[in-house]
Design a protein around this ligand. Structure first.
Ligand code: FE2
Ligand code: FE2
Length: 327
């Protein structure tokens, strides 16, 4: 990808200009500095996507510069490549010990340089992407837990449903993106409960008709809550349809069989098994084995037989997960 900013720190004028021209011809934006101090000044204005630095320089050498860069949180993840004429093993060892990712020994070929830069940038993109995903997931869990807290007796329900759903998802062969959507969906499945009064959520006796109707609206309310958020749109099928049942007896749309989104059929099983085990104001939780048998007994009636098969295969891992919280 072109347009990334590369900071070149090199005291040799000829080499610095040469590198600048080379990187520009490859489509990068090159920013240059003759030593560490100058480089730090430049970084105050342009945070580079990657740093290419000589070691031996006046004023502030490469190692001191490296330490300065790594001491700031905002700069910690910038890929850093040392460019050096020295071949001494001690030097390279010193750099490695400091955590320097790459070492290019001058004279370096164009191909060597561009390949190293490209792979470093790509790796960094992947890391940032993963970090971002994790940050999203943790904020979602925080939100979902805040909602679940209002629902007495369901502590950690969200995490358990997510973990159980992912175990089933992997069992049916799902990968990356599908698992991620399933994760967001399972975390947020009950987000619509935020609109249900605590007096209903925590009612120790059976709900009356009006209260049931209110409770049954949580999938659609959940859809309303997330529909404007681009990266959560894929969670909508789970939020909307996790109470649909294979035989058409569920809500809110009364979908049946394969008309129910697959991810929602998975979360239906994960949510049900956890709900059966949970002790709530109106219900004493059952033992995991009892819940397991109940899911199996309802295969082809309430639950998708294919999902139940995967649930069965993943049961040892699911049981272990359920016991983690019980302990
Ligand atoms: Fe629900
Ligand atoms: Fe739930």
């Amino acid at each position: 990808m072109a347009g990334e900013v590369i900071l070149i720190v090199e005291d040799n004028d000829v080499l610095r200009h040469g590198l600048e021209a080379l990187l520009q011809s490859e489509g990068y934006v090159a920013v240059t500095a003759a030593h560490g101090h100058e480089a730090l000044d430049k970084m105050a204005n342009h945070v580079p996507d990657l740093i290419l630095s000589d070691i031996s320089m006046p004023e502030m050498d490469g190692y001191q510069f490296y330490e300065q860069v790594r001491s700031r949180e905002a700069w910690m993840s910038i890929p850093f490549i040392f460019l050096t004429a020295r071949r001494g093993r001690d030097e390279i060892f010193a750099g490695k010990r400091m955590g320097v990712e790459d070492y290019l020994v001058k004279p370096v070929t164009r191909k060597e340089l561009t390949t190293t830069i490209r792979s470093r940038l790509a790796r960094n993109q992947q890391l940032l992407y993963v970090q971002l995903q994790q940050a999203y997931a943790s904020s979602l869990i925080m939100l979902a837990n805040a909602i679940e807290l209002r629902d007495q007796g369901t502590r950690n329900h969200v995490e358990r449903v997510r973990d159980i759903a992912l175990l089933i998802g992997r069992q049916v062969g799902w990968k990356d993106e599908q698992l991620r959507d399933l994760e967001y969906g399972s975390i947020l499945h009950d987000v619509g409960k935020i609109h249900i009064p605590e007096s209903v959520l925590k009612k120790p006796s059976k709900l009356n008709e009006e209260e049931w109707e209110l409770m049954h609206r949580h999938p659609l309310i959940g859809v309303e809550i997330v529909k404007e958020i681009q990266y959560l749109v894929a969670a909508i099928p789970v939020i909307r349809s996790h109470h649909e049942r294979w035989d058409g007896s569920g809500y809110p749309d009364g979908l049946r069989g394969e008309d129910i989104p697959f991810a929602a059929r998975i979360v239906a099983v994960a949510d049900s098994v956890d709900a059966m085990c949970a002790t709530r104001p109106y219900q004493q939780g059952v033992a995991p084995d009892v819940a397991y048998q109940q899911i199996l007994a309802e295969s082809g009636r309430l639950y998708d037989p294919l999902v139940v098969e995967a649930f069965k295969a993943a049961w040892p891992a699911i049981l272990e997960r359920l016991r983690q919280d019980a302990a």
